[in-house]
Design a protein. Structure first.
Lengths: 339, 322
């Protein structure tokens, strides 16, 4: 198992590199007759592709907390914000500290991503500590509160642009970095879940009291899940910031957290493959709906529905919970109440 | 010195009136938590719907019932405004129905499922109401119809320094309507049969059922009662801040939830106390500190209380049953 997943990781990293190279170096002529790269010619699709990668990192990280460990975090966007701001501040301040060659700026970018991840992990630790005492609904609200607090702190931090947002980052993010980090995230989560640690996570989820009675340090596992989930969210935030080149505190609000939660639930809590698929589906769906809403000749009501994707999302969430609470691809049986 | 005291009192008045709104919403959270042990995330959006009931039906109702006595005939005449009372009652009724329908359709089928499933459903319902509201009512804020003309009350000079305070009609109205509703609620919960059933259910659901209590009816009633209070809060807040939008329930709902936890979730007095406290804390942060820190500080209070005394201010510590 371990060997196979290691090989899979290496293969996917090489694939990421190859695809990224192809996107950036195959030259084609666009409509205007100019010679551009594939990525620029199909920038709309490229944009969606990178967003899928970012969402995969977010959702797989959150799945570790919500799916495998059975805690309910509603503050993932807060961790993402911590990572996005920390890494952006670093590249803005020290982007050219090691010279201006492509290699050295990219090096700074990757270091900044990792630092962003660590910053987010630090805030994850802050959330994890109160989470030791709280369960279910309370935890959801506390994480939501932390999301608001992180947002509030950023809104008042002048060096981070406060309420104006922060911009001017160089677009370091490309296909390779996004999907390489996505692959690493998936690899780490899968390896972790299949290790001794993974048994600990699952035990905490399945029956916390029994796990504790068996001598499992439930606190440790809960905090570990939070910190790791936050770390990946921070990385995703850094990648996002260096892709969009502009970040704003309001972009990391409660709604963004809910977006990620919906991905995890749709995919099925505790199913990494399902969550990846759900992240892709839920990234493409709004674009598809936007396309549908502009097709001529469709009935008016259908176009209305297509324009209001959030109504659709919420209905999806309710219907899913009523009929298939384990998610589309979930392995966990949430149907029966624990005794 | 006196000026500082006056300013402090002013913040206190503002805080108490905003806190009354939070208290009304918090009561709904607390009652539902009491009987079902789950957080009705959609509760804040029922409050929003209450405000929109007032927006659409307010002018008509106001016309039908008149605007009450003018201040010329009686000093506080416009407090007894039949139109406004009718609107509040109507909003309470409609919100109660909405609350019962939500429970019947979305929560009842899930009653035997893990709490997480119900919580996610509640988030779904909340998102549905918000986005459905945005679709139906439009995204931009609307100005609430002028059912009560808000004005500053004149405080007699003979009351001394206090006459420098600015107290508006709506603030007094909010405070007293909240007080009245609290008394009515207390009467229902303590003195009536259905109230006794509610308390029995929150004490021990299985035993309550064995004693012949129809828990479906009691749960429906609880949802109706809580939603009615949220509807009243929706109207009251719109009289004070005449701008309403479909997302107004998110923030108010979260603050009210914090209030319920602060007081002691499941406890009516706790919800009222927590609501008033949160309102005052907010007013003080806005008045003396930085308004942008208002929301973070409220959530900071929540995290602090959960760390120090998870059962809330009025809560007794409870041992977990295995």
């Amino acid at each position: 198992m371990a060997e196979r997943s290691k090989i899979a990781l290496i293969v996917s990293l090489i694939l990421c590199g190859l695809i990224s190279f192809a996107l950036g170096h195959i030259h084609v002529t666009d409509e205007g007759g100019h010679i551009t790269t594939l990525a620029e010619k199909y920038s709309y699709y490229y944009d969606i592709l990178v967003t899928i990668g970012i969402n995969i990192i977010l959702a797989v990280g959150l799945n570790l907390v919500n799916g495998y460990t059975g805690q309910f975090s509603l503050g993932h966007a807060g961790f993402m914000a911590a990572g996005a701001y920390a890494s952006s501040w670093l590249t803005l301040s020290f982007g050219y500290a090691l010279g201006s060659s492509a290699f050295s700026t990219t090096f700074v970018f990757v270091v900044a991503l990792l630092v962003g991840g660590v910053a987010a992990a630090g805030s994850g630790l802050l959330v994890g500590v109160p989470s030791l005492r709280l369960k279910g609904d309370y935890l959801a609200i506390v994480t939501l509160g932390f999301n608001e607090i992180i947002k509030g702190v950023i809104q008042n931090a002048e060096p981070l642009g406060a309420q104006r947002g922060l911009g001017g980052m160089v677009q370091h993010t490309n296909f390779f970095w996004t999907f390489a980090f996505a692959a690493v995230t998936i690899y780490v989560v899968i390896s972790l879940v299949n290790s001794t640690y993974g048994r600990g996570f699952l035990a905490v989820r399945d029956d916390e009291i029994a796990a504790e009675a068996m001598g499992i340090n439930t606190t440790k596992y809960k905090v570990l899940a939070f910190v790791l989930g936050a770390f990946f969210a921070g990385i995703a935030g850094g990648i996002y910031a260096h892709f969009k080149q502009f970040i704003h505190p309001e972009g990391f609000n409660f709604m963004k957290s809910v977006d990620v939660v919906v991905m995890v639930i749709l995919g099925g809590m505790g199913s990494t493959a399902g969550v990846c698929l759900a992240a892709a589906i839920l990234t493409i769906l709004p674009e598809l709906l936007r396309y549908v809403s502009h097709i001529e000749g469709l009935p008016e009501w259908l176009r209305h529905i297509a324009e209001n994707r959030m109504i659709l999302y919420s209905l999806l969430l309710i219907v899913l919970m009523l009929t298939r609470p384990q998610g589309l691809f979930g392995a966990v049986n949430l149907k029966r109440k624990k005794a | 010195m006196a000026d500082k005291l006056l300013e402090f009192l002013q913040q206190l008045v503002n805080g108490l009136s905003q806190g009354s709104i939070y208290a009304l919403i918090a009561l709904g959270y607390t009652m539902v938590f009491g009987v079902l042990r789950f957080i009705n995330f959609a509760h804040g959006d029922v409050y929003m719907l209450g405000a929109f009931v007032g927006f659409y039906l307010g002018p008509k109702v106001s016309q039908m019932f008149g605007r009450g006595l003018t201040s010329a005939t009686m000093p506080m005449g416009d407090l007894l405004n039949p139109g406004a009372i009718a609107i509040i009652l109507l909003a309470m009724l409609i919100c109660a129905v909405i609350g019962i329908v939500i429970e019947r359709l979305c929560y009842r089928p899930l009653r035997e499922r893990p709490k997480l499933t119900v919580l996610i459903t509640a988030i779904g319902v909340s998102l549905f109401l918000e986005n459905g509201g945005q679709y139906l009512f439009g995204v931009d804020p609307k100005s609430f119809p002028d059912v009560i003309t808000d004005r500053a009350l004149e405080i007699p000079e003979s009351w001394g320094k206090i006459s420098g305070l600015t107290i508006t009609l709506s603030q007094v109205l909010i405070f007293f309507v909240t007080l009245l509703l609290l008394l009515v609620l207390r009467h229902i919960v303590v003195k009536t049969k259905i109230g006794m059933a509610m308390r029995a259910l929150s004490f021990n659901p299985v035993a309550a059922q064995l004693m012949g209590i129809n828990i479906d009816v009691v749960i429906s009633f609880t949802f109706g009662l809580g939603s009615a209070l949220a509807g009243a809060a929706g109207i009251l807040t719109s009289i004070q801040q005449p701008s309403i939008d479909p997302l107004m329930g998110i923030n108010a709902g979260l603050k009210a939830f914090v209030a319920a936890v602060l007081g002691c979730i499941g406890n009516l007095q706790g919800a009222a106390l927590g609501g008033l406290l949160i309102g005052v804390v907010e007013a003080l942060v806005v008045g003396y500190g930085n308004p942008t820190y208002r929301d973070p500080i409220v959530f900071g209070v929540l995290i602090l209380i959960l760390l120090v005394k998870p059962t809330g201010l009025l809560g007794a510590s409870e041992r977990e049953k295995v």
